[in-house]
Design a protein around this ligand. Structure first.
Ligand SMILES: NC(=O)c1ccc[n+]([C@@H]2O[C@H](COP(=O)([O-])OP(=O)(O)OC[C@H]3O[C@@H](n4cnc5c(N)ncnc54)[C@H](OP(=O)(O)O)[C@@H]3O)[C@@H](O)[C@H]2O)c1
Length: 167
């Protein structure tokens, strides 16, 4: 099963200037705990947006997709198309999470490659240059799994929902 994990604002913003827009340590913790021990698949721009000292993401097998056949980076495995990466790990016992960014989410959803999504919905709007695709709610069974109220370290309310593909 291929899963997707993302944090989006109420206007579906996910990034700006190749960086995250908000700082929500409670959601970061959810991301880290959820993806720990798994395979994470990301686009080349997302990989480059992670500060060098934090990549590869620890305790996870990092896959990067790029069309650049000369791309090489320490600590990640490179694929030149999304399907090859997914097929390569189809029989692996670990979970495979697509972790963005915008182009990769769009590609995976357009091509029906995702069976489950964990979406952190941040209850605020942000200016952005990268957005998550529109969610077709009729194609997913939706379950709220965690609700957070803002506090001194996390400046926005957010809700984490699990989407399971139904059609
Ligand atoms: N809020 C969140 O949860 C979240 C999560 C992740 C990322 N983000 C944000 O998203 C932004 C980055 O997203 P992005 O859309 O700019 O870039 P991206 O999806 O991370 O990466 C795009 C790159 O991936 C490669 N690529 C795209 N489609 C491909 C395909 N079908 N086959 C092979 N390679 C392909 C290309 O690399 P080459 O150009 O090298 O060929 C392309 O330039 C940042 O702002 C980041 O902070 C947010």
């Amino acid at each position: 099963m291929v899963k997707l994990i993302v944090a989006i604002s109420s206007n579906r913003a996910i990034g700006k200037d190749n960086d995250l827009i908000w700082h929500l340590p409670a959601d970061m913790k959810f991301f880290s705990e959820t993806t720990k021990g798994s395979i994470v698949l990301m686009g080349r721009r997302n990989w480059e947006s992670i500060p060098a000292k934090y990549r590869p993401l620890p305790n996870r097998h990092n896959l990067v997709v790029t069309r650049d056949t000369t791309f090489n980076a320490a600590g990640c495995e490179v694929f030149h198309d999304v399907e090859s990466a997914i097929e390569h790990y189809a029989n692996d016992t670990r979970e495979l999470y697509v972790i963005g960014g915008g182009q990769i989410y769009q590609y995976c959803l357009d091509n029906d490659l995702i069976q489950e999504m964990l979406i952190t919905h941040i209850h605020a709007e942000f200016e952005a240059d990268t957005f998550f695709p529109e969610i077709h709610e009729d194609q997913w069974a939706i379950e709220t799994i965690q609700t957070y109220k803002k506090d001194d370290k996390n400046p926005y309310d957010f809700t984490i929902k699990k989407y399971t593909k139904t059609s």
